[in-house]
Design a protein around this ligand. Structure first.
Ligand code: PLP
Length: 340
């Protein structure tokens, strides 16, 4: 086992969705990573950060620096993990939707409660890639400055998506597989989740490859929340193979093992869609749990569309991996959209 620190609550619950299963004619389950803790607003980044923080501390770091949008769940969860471990935290937040400093919402409010040092990175006239480059350059400069003051900073990429972080999701898949067996005497046939950087997808596919016997692998469908270049699947396959190497496995992942779907994010990242808003209502009013507008509602919408169109054989065991993000329901109005 690759080593980690312990901050979250694992295993997270695995729940059978009795009402939606009956309605659609499938066995639907949800892996509740919205319950990773250690507070109500946990999510999928906690799994990655337990491995990243271990690595940071091992290297002697006393400060975590990371990147994301102003309403980034990953940035907020990095602040949580840093605080629990007695580390300082610095966030570089790209302004896609302008926050109101007089009325902090969602994750910005939480970042400030956790006492993170925040730098806003303007996106005006910049592509996402260019803004990322600028933020990284500034962060490296700050790291150098901190070094002169006797501090050691550890840089975590957007979404915690690298070999160390994604390893958390390979072991996450092992956790799911054991739960399906002990709780329901079943194996997962299909797994759906919402995908951003691809770090979660990389970890899950690595875990599927590492922990499946006789080629009996569930198929992973990753529903994207933002556009990506054509090279995305190849890049994530490479990351997944890196995770397998890190775990001591000699198995590999190729681009054809990954199934990214770009049909459900609408106009873009942090832009609500009427379909996702309807899914939030549907799930709330049939199963009594919540999805967020930026990530999980778009992913769940994709999954329901696959079921409705018969793209998945009836009565299959279909797992939706709930990656969290609930603070997104309390973000700026233009991110939340029209929910009722
Ligand atoms: C970050 C995030 C994702 C996507 O995870 P990646 O590893 O970046 O693909 C999905 N859901 C929520 C709620 C997230 O915060």
């Amino acid at each position: 086992m690759v080593k980690k620190v312990s901050v979250g609550f694992f295993p997270t619950p695995l729940q059978y969705l009795s009402n939606l299963s009956k309605e659609f004619g499938y066995n639907l389950y949800v892996k509740r990573d919205d319950f990773t803790g250690p507070n109500l607003f946990g999510g999928n980044k906690i799994r990655k950060l337990e491995y990243l923080a271990y690595d940071a501390i091992k290297q002697g770091a006393d400060t975590l620096i990371t990147f994301g949008a102003t309403q980034s769940n990953h940035a907020m969860e990095t602040a949580v993990v840093a605080r629990k471990l007695g580390l300082n935290v610095i966030l570089y937040l790209e302004v896609i939707n302008e926050p109101d400093p007089q009325n902090d919402k969602g994750n910005i409010l939480l970042d400030k409660i956790f006492g993170a040092k925040i730098h806003y990175v303007s996106m005006k006239g910049l592509t996402e890639q260019k803004a990322d480059e600028i933020a990284l350059k500034q962060a490296k400069k700050e790291k150098e400055k901190l070094k002169k003051q006797g501090h050691q900073a550890y840089l975590i990429p957007v979404g915690g998506a690298n070999v160390v972080g994604s390893t958390g999701f390979a072991y996450g898949y092992q956790e799911l597989k054991e739960q399906m067996k002990s709780q329901f005497k079943q194996q997962p046939d299909f797994i759906f989740h919402s995908s951003g950087t691809g770090g979660t997808a990389a970890g899950l596919i690595a875990g599927i490859r590492a922990f499946s016997e006789n080629g009996q692998e569930p198929r992973l469908y990753s529903i994207n929340v933002s556009p990506k270049p054509d090279t995305h699947a190849a890049k994530i396959a490479k990351l997944a193979t890196g995770v397998l190497v890190h775990m001591g496995s000699r198995k590999v992942v190729t681009a054809t093992d990954l199934h990214f779907d770009f049909n459900y994010f609408g106009a873009g990242y942090e832009v609500p869609t009427p379909q996702a808003s309807a899914t939030i209502r549907k799930v709330a009013r049939t199963e009594g749990f919540l999805l967020d507008p930026v990530y999980t509602a778009k992913g769940f919408t994709g999954m329901l569309d696959y079921l409705k169109k018969g793209r998945i054989p009836k009565n299959s065991n279909v797992v939706f991996w709930h990656t969290g993000g609930i603070s997104g329901l309390f973000a700026e109005k233009q991110i939340v959209g029209k929910l009722y």
